[in-house]
Design a protein around this ligand. Structure first.
Ligand SMILES: Cc1cc2nc3c(=O)[nH]c(=O)nc-3n(C[C@H](O)[C@H](O)[C@H](O)COP(=O)(O)OP(=O)(O)OC[C@H]3O[C@@H](n4cnc5c(N)ncnc54)[C@H](O)[C@@H]3O)c2cc1C
Length: 476
């Protein structure tokens, strides 16, 4: 029987941040994840922006956590080396109505504690971002916004949690939860593989968090999945946006942004579309066309011949339109549910809050003197043994990535950890070599190494490739 003080369901950025936070204490902790790696949900497919905290409405949970989370990133990156750049953001205004929205955003941000906001005129904007549209008249500048690599953050949090004694179970889907004894926190967490026992549960299951809550009869919220699609361009286009460039927000959300990524690519997106399924993350040609057209209002001259790929993520929008965090009506069952944007930004602050909520529920938090907050970086450039020419990733980096405590037998897992296969050839030249290294490392047949899980080599061609070809024909 596997018995834990705390079981966290879901290994996205929220579950992993909570696991790492709790690993400071003398506790038995497990993370249970249904996919074959951490960061397979929203945490791998988002804008990667560490928001300044001016957009989330003051007085909401999102407003409360986003600024606090933002302020924690620099130290977190010093400890975990996942990659964070405080590049600043601009909300672009094209007319008087937009300008009023900038004033509203500034006032809202100040209520959230964002004390570095400035309204810039056109000349000031152009001096900072020479490639923005001629139609831009003003911008709201937030120097403390930044960009990060969301999956590298999630992996780093998990690596560090494992270093500090947390057990992580991948490929393990929670199918039911019940209470062993009335009135006491003795949960039985039933998975397809095993039964786990825990005194406390943290529900960090993203778009599935309402289903997990329902297993214990909690039905006071539901999740409406909202898809967001993106286009990623080569690093050769990264110079077109040195900051995160937002358009003014609407009732649909923050709108289409143009941004450099942490690693220097140019990224466009996302849209926001409610969807019926919770696992369909394909991209759609019409949506991609809309993203390109809308992004050109911010930066007109990006070159779509440099498109690398498209991808999509699902926001876990809750019916309460806010994060659901903290104690629930079932004693010992703690929610970290419905964490849509700015959840990535908020994650370190949410993790601290959840630890506090667990303590308030009776969990004794005794500091573990052996806790080590530092996790060495994986991505260290080497000159020899280069496997991925585009991103200059060496064999020793791949082996380092495979030896951090999780069993990774898929190419995407190596990609998220090292960037191998992520460059301009998108893995055409190095995928086979990466598969060979994975097979050798684990002592398995190369045929057992998959792209991103069973059956993934047989996936149909992605629509983005066709889109890329068609668009280039029409632009040439
Ligand atoms: C399009 C888009 C853009 C965004 N942009 C930003 C941004 O720029 N900045 C920002 O701050 N935030 C952004 N966000 C929000 C951010 O990505 C999320 O808030 C964050 O990733 C949520 O993390 P999570 O751990 O709650 O969810 P997830 O990452 O989805 O993790 C939940 C995990 O639970 C697992 N799980 C579910 N059910 C079970 C089960 N039964 N058993 C076991 N495991 C289970 C899933 O497999 C998954 O791995 C964006 C989100 C999207 C979709």
């Amino acid at each position: 029987m596997k018995k834990y003080d705390v079981v966290i369901i879901g290994a996205g950025v929220i579950g992993c941040a909570i696991a790492r936070e709790l690993s400071r204490y003398q506790l038995n902790i497990a993370v249970i994840e249904k996919e074959n790696d951490v960061s397979c949900g929203a945490s791998k497919a988002n804008s990667g922006i560490v928001h300044g905290g001016f957009d989330a409405k003051a007085g909401t949970r999102k407003g409360y956590f986003s600024r606090r989370g933002n302020r924690m990133y620099a130290k977190l990156d010093e400890e975990l080396h996942f990659g964070y750049l405080e590049c600043g953001s601009l909300v672009l205004a094209y007319n008087e109505e937009d300008y009023q929205k900038l004033l509203d955003l500034k006032a809202n941000g100040e209520k959230n504690g964002v004390d570095d906001l400035q309204i810039l005129n056109r000349e000031e904007v152009i001096a900072m971002e020479p490639h923005v549209s001629e139609d831009v008249k003003h911008a709201l500048y937030c120097p403390s916004s930044g960009v990060t690599s969301p999956y590298e953050l999630t992996i780093a949090l998990c690596d560090n949690a494992i270093q500090n004694g947390v057990d992580v179970f991948l490929n393990t889907e929670v199918v039911n939860i019940d209470l062993d004894k009335d009135g006491e926190h003795d949960f039985r967490i039933v998975t397809k593989e095993e039964i786990y026992h825990a005194d406390y549960i943290v529900n960090a299951a993203g778009v599935f968090s309402d289903r997990i809550a329902k297993m214990l009869g909690i039905d006071d919220f539901y999740i409406i999945p909202r898809k967001g699609e993106y286009i990623l361009l080569d690093k050769k286009q990264g110079h077109l946006a040195q900051h995160v460039l937002f358009q003014t927000p609407s009732h649909k959300g923050k709108g289409i942004l143009v941004t450099r990524t942490y690693h220097g690519n140019l990224m466009l997106g996302p849209n926001a579309q409610e969807v019926d399924t919770r696992d369909e993350i394909g991209t759609n040609e019409d949506v991609l066309k809309y993203i390109v057209d809308t992004a050109r209002h911010s930066v007109p001259d990006f070159d779509m011949r440099f498109m690398l790929t498209s991808f999509a993520g699902l926001r876990a929008t809750s019916s309460t339109h806010d994060f659901i965090v903290g104690r629930s009506k079932v004693p010992g069952f703690i929610q970290a549910a419905g964490i849509e944007s700015p959840g990535l930004t908020s994650s370190p602050a949410i993790a601290k809050y959840i630890a506090d909520e667990l303590s308030q529920s009776g969990l004794e938090l005794i500091e573990d003197p052996s806790f080590n907050p530092n996790r060495p970086p994986i991505i260290q450039k080497q000159d020899k043994d280069i496997v991925c020419l585009c991103e200059q990733v060496s064999k020793s980096e791949i082996i380092d990535a495979l030896s951090r405590g999780l069993y990774i037998d898929h190419i995407d897992g190596v990609k998220r950890r090292t960037r191998a296969t992520m460059g301009s050839c998108q893995g055409h030249r190095c995928r086979e070599k990466v598969a060979t290294i994975i097979a050798e490392y684990h002592g398995i047949d190369k045929e057992e190494v998959t792209l991103r899980g069973k059956g993934s080599f047989e996936l149909p061609p992605r629509e983005d490739r066709m889109f890329w070809k068609k668009l280039n024909q029409s632009e040439d």
